[in-house]
Every structure is written in structure tokens, then in C-alpha cells.
Ligand binder design. Structure first.
Ligand code: ZN
Length: 199
């Protein structure tokens, strides 16, 4: 997942935030403007890359968003192409699932050229994966850190899912865009923890 992987140095910037009735914002006016997407959702800001990709870390928020929004390959960043069966997509899957229909994912598609490479190089895929063709994958929401309302005493909740259209999006610092897979056909599956490969 080289294109969307975080690179060394791309750690979250320690920006000060403020939460009020309007939602969460960076107190620094520049980042508060440039880190908002077209729907005004605030995104995590990271430092500049100064080294190679760090596999196993969370994906880079900006490149994850670009690849997921535009449906680019998670490995090479190019459009993955599509057949009548849909678009190629690889999911980490240590054990088989009864169905992949309707599953939500933060990982963008993977083109067929990159498929063999990512399934052998990416540790989470080496532990088990499924390669699908996916006909439809609408954006259904965001994941990120959800900040409490000013009157709430609870702390921020990391890795929260917030659906599109929710008022909670105002209190989210997003780290990824989420799509829901539909019209899925299994091409290959490999689940070493769940028995022999089933295709
Ligand atoms: Zn690719």
C-alpha cells in the first residue's frame, strides 16, 4: 500500500484545537482553512515526509482521502481499471467471512498490476486477504477522532466512524474516508489463520 502509506516524518502535527458549539477547529487560522475538505470536514495535518513508507502505521490522511475519493490504486496511485465485474479491491482478512457484501473499508482499491506485489509485501495482507471485484462502492462516511461537545466531560474518541450527513462531522478530525463495498465477487482468498485457501 505504498501510495497511501505514511512515510517517515509524516506524524500528526501537534496543532492546538478548540471545540465549541460550532465544532472543532485548529486555533491556527492557516491550518484551520487548508485542512478542511470541500465538505468543510477538518482533517489531520501531518509533518513532511523525510524517509520511506512505514507499513503497518495508519494510512496517510491526505493520500488516503485522494485515493479513496478518486478511486486510485492504494499501491501505485493510478486508476485501477474496471471490468463488467467491477473494480479490483483487496482487503486484509485473516479469517474467511460469510460475505463481503456491504463491508466498510478505509483501504482504496488495488489495481491488478499491483495485486501480487501488495499481497506478498504488505504484512496485514500476508496474514490473510481476499481479492474482490466490486461493482459499487459509495462513500458512506469518515473515520477519525471525534471530539466531545463543550458540555461533555468524556475525552476524544479515536478511530470513530461518523456517517455522511451526521452533525457529528463538525466535531471530527478525519483521518480517512470510508466506502461501502457492494456487488462483490471473490476472485481469490487466502486465510492461513482460518484454514486452507478457499479459492
Ligand atoms: Zn496499482
Amino acid at each position: 500500500m505504498t501510495y497511501v502509506a505514511r512515510r517517515a516524518g509524516e506524524t500528526p502535527l501537534p496543532l492546538a484545537i478548540k471545540v465549541d458549539d460550532d465544532g472543532v477547529r485548529y486555533t491556527d487560522a492557516f491550518h484551520n482553512v487548508v485542512m478542511r475538505d470541500i465538505d468543510s470536514v477538518l482533517w489531520q495535518a501531518t509533518g513532511p515526509a523525510d524517509g520511506p513508507p512505514v507499513h503497518g502505521d495508519p494510512l496517510h490522511p491526505g493520500r488516503q482521502r485522494d485515493a479513496m475519493e478518486n478511486l486510485w490504486c492504494a499501491e501505485c496511485g493510478h486508476p485501477p481499471g474496471r471490468t463488467d465485474g467491477g473494480m479490483p479491491w483487496v482487503l486484509a482478512a485473516p479469517t474467511p467471512e460469510p460475505t463481503w457484501e456491504g463491508i466498510d473499508t478505509e483501504v482504496p482499491p488495488t489495481c491488478e498490476t499491483c495485486l501480487g506485489h501488495v499481497t506478498s509485501a504488505c504484512p496485514s495482507l500476508r496474514a490473510g486477504h481476499v481479492a474482490l471485484r466490486v461493482r459499487k462502492a459509495p462513500v458512506v462516511g469518515y473515520r477519525g477522532t471525534l471530539h466531545p461537545r463543550p458540555e461533555q466531560t468524556a475525552g476524544p474518541e479515536a478511530d470513530s466512524f461518523v456517517p455522511l450527513g451526521s452533525d457529528d462531522l463538525r466535531r471530527l478530525i478525519a483521518t480517512s474516508l470510508v466506502r461501502r463495498l457492494a456487488g462483490c465477487t471473490v476472485i481469490t482468498a487466502y486465510h492461513p489463520a482460518g484454514g486452507l485457501p478457499d479459492a
